[in-house]
Structure formats: C-alpha cells, structure tokens
Design a protein around this ligand. Structure first.
Ligand code: NAD
Length: 415
C-alpha cells in the first residue's frame, strides 16, 4: 500500500485526533476500521448479449449515531481502500454537522462513459439487488457520487422498492424531484460552504461586500460557489478555472455568463474580457477568499507559503496536505476544512430522507434556512474547539466529530 493510499491517510488523521483527545488505544482501534464491508460480483448482460461480471463494494464505517450514509461511485479506478476512506470521512462529516447518521460509501469498478443507458440501468439495478440485505432507510442510505446521478438513484430506488414490494423513497437520496428529491439539493454543497465563509469573514473582521474570490474548479461545487458568493454577499469573483486552465478579470467575472461559455465551448478558457492564468498561479492570487473546488493535494508545502488569501473554503475533498496545513496555520490563513466546508450536500440529503419519511415536502426557502442553521453551528463548534485546544480548524473538526461518535458509542455500550 502506498503512502497516498487514501485509507491510510484517513487513519493517520484519526490517529492525530486520538492523540489530541488522549483517546484510549482500544477506542482508537475500533474507530480505525469500518464496522462492515460487503464485496459483490455483479453479473450484467451487456448489449452484445454476453454477460460481464463487475466488482462492487459497500462499506459501512460506523453507525453509532444512526443509519450509515454515503454516495455510490461508478469509476474504472475504484478501489476498496478509496471507498473505506470516503466512508470514514462521511462518518466525521455527518457528526460535525450533527445530523443523526453514520458514514458509509459504495463503489463499482466500471467505466460508465463506455456503457449504454441500458447497460448502466441493468448494472445499477443489479448492484442494489446484490447489496439489498444491508441497505435500507433505517440501515444505510446511498446517494450519488462520481459518475452516478439522479436517474441512477431513481433506478436503484425502483429496484429496491420491487424487492420490498412497497415504495421505498427514503432508501436513497439525490433522487429526481418528481420521485421524492429535495428542493435545494443542487447547490447545497456550495451554499453550505458560503454560509461558513460568511461566519469566517465575520470572525476575522472581513467585509464580504466587494471581497475578491478565486475558485479552482468550475463544476457543481465551483460554479454554484461563484454565483452564490456574488448573489448572497456581493463578493467579486476575479478568477476561476477548470481542467483546461484558468481565467482572470480584476473587474469581476459574471458566474452565469462563464457557465454558459463553458457549456458552449467545454471550458471557462477564452471567456470574453478575461486573461488566461495557470491553475497553480490562481491559488497564489492576491485575493481575500480562495475556494479549491476541484482536486486533492493542490495546496502543498511547495505553495502554501505563497498563498495570500485570508480565508480558504475547501469545497473539494482533500485539497490541502498536512504539511501545508501547518504553514497556513502559522501564516494565520483561516482554513475551513473540507468535511466541514462541503457538508451542505449530505445535510440536504438528510433533509431529503426526513421529507421522505414524512411524505411532506419543504419549499426551497425552508431548506436554505435549516441548512444555514446546521452549517453555522458546525462552524462555531469547530472554531470554539480550535481555540480550546489551540489546534488548526481541520484538527478541530476531527475533534468535534470524533467526540460525538465516541459519546454515542459509549452510551450504546459499545466501548
Ligand atoms: P465536478 O465534476 O462537477 O467538477 C469538477 C471541476 O473541477 C470541473 O470543472 C473540472 O474541469 C475541474 N478540474 C478537474 N481537474 C482540474 C484541474 N487540474 N485544475 C482545475 N480544475 C480542474 O465535481 P464537483 O461535484 O464540483 O466536485 C468537486 C470537488 O468537490 C470534489 O473534490 C468533490 O469530492 C467535492 N465535493 C462535491 C460535492 C457535491 O455535492 N458536488 C460534495 C462534497 C464534496
């Protein structure tokens, strides 16, 4: 196993938290491994009439606080260790925003870009059949992730409902609105991140009106972040990027117009009135707020010292290495760590489950109001802990989350 194995990284982060909290070794041992994992072989008839067998996983990391929850990835490079790490991070994410859920994750090794809709539907149905014994509204609730979407969630929900012979909308989230999806799910991750930026700005005395923002990545998280920081707080987005490169305009970029340009041309690059910038340079721009919303490990010990932003809101998972964290902390950069900053998505997924149970649906305004409450209180719990233990915000988010999970386990008599 290599150093970059995500599960080893997740275990290292937990070890560090256990050290800060002075956790008993036996407690740490329990928290370091998933409570359950299922490995399945999924035979699917392909369009050419032949049967292909796909490999799939479902990992349930910890359910002390409630049913496990986490997305399903369809990816050619999927590994069980990635799924384990993501399941661990889901556990801490649900705990830091204090929603009554545990953490899980699923994955199938496949390349959806090379499959027909029919093949994808048969695979989705077969995967959910093969894990049906361990998922369900009160056991483990999947959701979309890389290369899975609301249509795939609808097929899985339908298949599960057939097995149980009744509608089971609450068994999965990220569904289409017509099938029990929640209002406000689309921009929930970015919106939740924006609420934490608002709190962080207040904390460090930054006026967000006219504050400059640079965003790396212009997909679901980055695009919505660009439009929301402008519409909610009057920030000026001066730079954005995608995998092909970045653009800058000191006078400010119109997020919607950039989105339309990307939809037409496939990239933000060459947006009228902007000048090009490399992705690496975007990170070091003299801006007030930096939002990494693309990839892992982009802020490292090589560039952390050059970062001028006063707030970093990590919508991406794992954009900052542990070495960079220390540099940023020493330079007084206020980092809102990934599993806090991007918890808006799972929070609205939880709201979706609640609405499914009640069979009564909320309007978008109510979803926003309740999301704001959750994100704001999670931010302040983390900030308070970071001060109390004199640790950085990432370590503090871990401490808040792990303490909550440990307390639930103790109360249940599991420790
Ligand atoms: P996405 O696929 O919609 O968008 C990713 C964006 O990153 C694209 O614009 C892509 O061009 C860009 N990108 C890829 N390589 C790049 C590079 N080398 N430099 C700059 N940009 C690059 O994905 P997303 O849903 O927006 O997710 C982005 C990040 O946010 C991921 O780390 C994801 O795990 C995290 N996240 C997303 C959600 C969500 O609800 N969408 C929730 C939690 C975390």
């Amino acid at each position: 196993m290599s150093e970059l194995n995500p599960f080893l990284i997740a275990q290292r982060q937990l070890d560090e938290c256990a050290r800060i909290l002075n956790l008993d070794d036996s407690v740490r041992e329990v928290l370091r491994v998933p409570m359950r994992e299922m490995h399945v072989s999924i035979p699917v008839r392909m369009d050419d009439g032949k049967i292909r067998v796909f490999k799939g996983f479902r990992v349930q990391y910890n359910d002390a606080r409630g049913p496990t929850k986490g997305g399903i990835r369809f990816h050619p490079d999927e590994t069980v260790d990635t799924v384990r790490a993501l399941a661990a991070w889901m556990t801490w994410k649900a705990a830091v925003v204090d929603i009554p859920l545990g953490g899980g994750k699923g994955g199938v090794i496949c390349n959806p870009k090379k499959m027909s809709d029919g093949e994808l539907e048969r695979l989705s149905r077969a995967y959910i059949q093969s894990i049906s014994q361990i998922v369900g509204p009160e056991k483990d609730v999947p959701a979309p992730d890389v290369y899975t979407n609301p249509q795939i969630m609808a097929w899985m929900m339908d298949e599960f409902s057939k097995i149980y012979q009744k509608n089971q909308f609450g068994m999965i989230t990220g569904k289409p609105l017509e099938l029990g999806g929640s209002a406000g799910r689309g921009d929930a991750t970015a919106r939740g991140g924006c609420y934490t930026i608002r709190e962080a700005a207040e904390e460090i005395g930054m006026d967000l009106k006219g504050a400059t923002v640079a965003i790396q990545g212009y997909g679901n998280a980055g695009y919505y972040a660009a439009t929301l920081v402008t519409s909610l707080y009057g920030c000026k987005v001066v730079a954005v990027s995608d995998s092909r490169g970045g653009i800058v305009n000191e006078a400010g970029l119109d997020g919607e117009a950039v989105f339309e340009h990307k939809a037409k041309t496939g990239s933000v690059v060459n947006f009228p009135g902007s000048t090009p910038i490399y992705n690496e340079d975007l990170l070091e721009l003299d801006v007030d707020v930096l939002i990494p919303a693309a990839l892992e490990n982009v802020i490292t010990d090589a560039n952390a010292g050059n970062i001028k932003a006063k707030i970093i809101c990590e919508l991406a998972n794992g954009p900052t290495t542990p070495e960079a964290d220390e540099i940023l902390y020493n330079n007084d950069v206020h980092v809102i760590p990934d599993f806090l900053a991007n918890a808006g998505g799972v929070t609205v997924s939880y709201f979706e489950m609640v609405q499914n149970f009640y069979m009564y649906y909320w309007d978008e305004e109510l979803v926003h109001e309740r999301l704001d409450k959750k994100m704001t209180s999670a931010y302040h719990a983390t900030l308070h802990t970071s001060r109390k233990y004199k640790i950085n915000m990432r370590q503090a988010a871990y401490v808040v989350a792990v303490e909550r999970v440990v307390e639930a386990m103790r109360l249940r008599g599991r420790l």
